[in-house]
Design a protein around this ligand. Structure first.
Ligand code: FCB
Length: 439
């Protein structure tokens, strides 16, 4: 096969999030978040793991920046922990929290690595949760205040508002597997609306106060397909597409919720009552970049049940289907207004163990990444405006309810001593980054 060449200015990076890698949850004035609370309850997280010590990046960011420089990365996507900046979610900023991110950003700049920062990657200050969390409209206003503080304090061009609002809605409020751990459709979709409102309000703040910077959401889009060609399966796939994709994309890009999905939601949630005049104008504040996170397709049968037709990863929700990367990018290009797209996450957990020679041979991850990059390349060739790609993740880290049992990093972390070992996939990725080619 001929080498696949990426555009010369293509941005190669890796992603993490605060609660998953930082550790140091009690240091320098950080307040508690919903994930500290959730992880402290026995049974919520595998083996009783918590975000401490994570990958201890709060103390080891300097070493991690060197690692990224060694890998030749152009960009590092990380998240800012709201409870470090505002320990109770409101009021005066905690300078020590801001100083940490300033050191991180300055360190990246010294090595020529661009920061891309996510404002909210699920670690809501606990005190805001106690006041109703995302079910409370006021949380969206508090988020805009927090965003303003962070925009002013950090010299960063590219911002992401909310990481995967869908995962908060589904795992946090419908299935109860993530913080805050509810199983209530009624509350879930009210939270959805306020998450999108928060996205819009923060985007407006950036546009009003910091011209030339860019902002957008980070959406995990799941291309949905019928598992057979019966009319029932086709209909179920369309419904699923509403819940997976359109209910997030349509309000942001088009200023309305999809009617079919809204009808279904209204049968189980008072969400509609929470949509006030002007909200959809706020939510559809034009975005400058779209963060796309792709891991898995969703195939559904005629009864709407998810079926798995391809090899599954170690994570039981992840079906390996690189064509889905192509399909979702082609669909965005076809059905939505054109904005620059950045792949903000894509990756695979594997059972990684260092061999006797110290190498971590993660062949499965290499072929997953190769196949997904190939699919992305094809979409770019057909007009998808993808300007960058971030592998999830730079480092092994706290994988939410799975604790430390799932390793997504291209760099192995030995949790006994926090030693970092670039896996074979990192060495492979370095070649792709260096050459700008997939061979
Ligand atoms: C995404 C999350 C990220 C990580 C990966 C595996 O849903 O945004 O934090 O857990 O999945």
């Amino acid at each position: 096969m001929n080498a696949l060449r990426f555009p010369d200015d293509f941005v190669w990076g890796a992603a993490t999030s605060a609660y998953q890698v930082e550790g140091a949850t009690g240091e320098d004035g950080r307040g508690p978040s919903v994930w500290d609370t959730f992880a402290a309850v026995p049974g919520n997280v595998k083996d009783g793991d918590t975000g401490d010590p994570g990958a201890d990046q709060y103390h080891r960011y300097g070493e991690d920046i060197e690692l990224m420089a060694d890998l030749g990365l152009d960009s590092y996507r990380f998240s800012v922990a709201w409870p470090r900046v505002q320990p109770t979610g409101t009021g005066k900023p905690n300078q020590k929290g801001l100083d940490y991110y300033r050191r991180l950003v300055d360190g990246l700049a010294e090595r020529g690595i661009r920061p891309m920062a996510t404002l909210f990657h699920w670690d809501l200050p606990q005190e805001l949760q106690d006041r109703g969390g995302w079910e409370n409209r006021d949380t969206a206003a508090r988020f805009a205040d927090y965003a303003e503080i962070v925009f002013d304090a950090l010299p960063i061009r590219d911002w992401l508002t909310i990481n995967e609002p869908k995962t908060v809605v589904e795992c946090g409020y419908r299935f109860g597997s993530h913080a805050p751990g509810f199983t209530d459709d009624g509350r879930a979709f009210v939270a959805l609306h306020h998450l999108l409102l928060a996205h819009g309000l923060a985007s407006q703040v950036l546009h009003e106060q910091h011209r030339g910077r860019r902002i957008g959401p980070a959406l995990n889009l799941h291309p949905t397909y019928p598992s057979d060609d019966t009319p029932e399966a086709l209909e179920a796939a369309r419904h699923q597409d509403g819940l997976e994709n359109r209910v997030y994309l349509d309000p942001i890009f088009k200023g309305f919720y999809p009617e079919d999905t809204l009808r279904w939601i209204s049968e189980r949630s008072p969400m509609r009552e929470h949509i006030l005049e002007g909200d959809l104008v706020t939510i559809s504040e034009p975005i400058d970049i779209l963060g796309v996170q792709y891991y898995t397709p969703v195939f559904v049968d005629g009864s709407g049940e998810r079926v798995f037709l391809h090899e599954k990863a170690q994570a039981d929700w992840l079906e390996i289907y690189p064509e889905g990367m192509y399909d979702i990018l082609a669909r965005l290009t076809r059905d939505y207004p054109s904005v620059p797209i950045v792949i903000t996450e894509n990756g695979l957990p594997t059972l990684d163990v260092p061999g006797p020679d110290g190498h971590v041979r993660d062949e499965g991850r290499i072929s997953y990444l190769r196949d997904h990059l190939t699919a992305m390349h094809r979409a770019i060739g057909e007009g998808a405006r993808v300007e960058g790609y971030h592998v999830w993740s730079l480092l092994d880290n706290f994988e939410w309810a799975e604790g430390y049992s799932q390793r997504f990093g291209i760099v192995y972390v030995d949790y006994e001593n926090q030693r970092r070992i670039p896996k074979d996939s990192a060495l492979w990725f370095r070649e792709v980054v260096k050459s700008g080619e997939l061979r």
